[in-house]
Design a protein around this ligand. Structure first.
Ligand SMILES: CC(C)(COP(=O)(O)OP(=O)(O)OC[C@H]1O[C@@H](n2cnc3c(N)ncnc32)[C@H](O)[C@@H]1OP(=O)(O)O)[C@@H](O)C(=O)NCCC(=O)NCCS
Length: 148
């Protein structure tokens, strides 16, 4: 099930997102940055949840004019492989279309095969590489773009 921030207690979302952030990323967002992202104009955000209402993952991006950048999509380890990322991506793309977005951009670590497979499944095209863009560990960023 997909829930937007309007359907959920904001503190619950901030705690769940920051827990998943810490488990998934070497540069996790702080609770303050999650909160500020949720309050920002142009944010495209949703959580996925299981049938008991537990938050399983989230997607977050930022729209400006007719472009949107997908910043994060993440699913808690124990809920992976169950289709939650596809639910989140369907929501995100649908919401971008509603907002008349033309292009979606994102960047990802080159070694992140699950995420790259997800993006390519959704028709994102690899358009550039930023050499040694990421730290801890140092790694290239692959830039993807999808025209809607
Ligand atoms: C990438 C990620 C979001 C996928 O979440 P998920 O809920 O397990 O994905 P789904 O079950 O919805 O699968 C969707 C697609 O993702 C890809 N995928 C998911 N897990 C994969 C794996 N272990 N290996 C390869 N591809 C994988 C596949 O293309 C899959 O489609 P398929 O089931 O038709 O093969 C999850 O692995 C994750 O949270 N990773 C850590 C955070 C991260 O790196 N996010 C991306 C950068 S912001």
């Amino acid at each position: 099930m997909i829930l937007t921030d309007k359907e959920y207690d904001k503190n619950l979302i901030v705690n769940a997102v920051s827990d998943i952030e810490s488990a998934c990323f070497s540069d996790p967002w702080t609770k303050a940055s999650v909160m500020s992202q949720l309050s920002s104009d142009g944010t495209v955000f949703a959580c996925s949840s299981d049938s008991d209402g537990n938050i399983t993952g989230y997607v977050c991006g930022q729209a400006a004019a007719d472009e949107c950048e997908l910043y994060r999509i993440a699913v808690s380890d124990k809920y992976r492989g169950l289709g939650f990322a596809k639910e989140l991506m369907d929501y995100f793309i649908g919401e971008c279309k509603k907002r008349e977005i033309i292009s979606v951009f994102l960047e990802v670590r080159s070694s992140n095969s699950p995420a790259r497979s997800l993006y390519e499944k959704y028709g994102f095209q690899n358009i550039a590489t930023r050499k040694n863009y990421y730290r801890s560990p140092t790694e290239d960023a692959i830039i993807y773009k999808k025209e809607l």
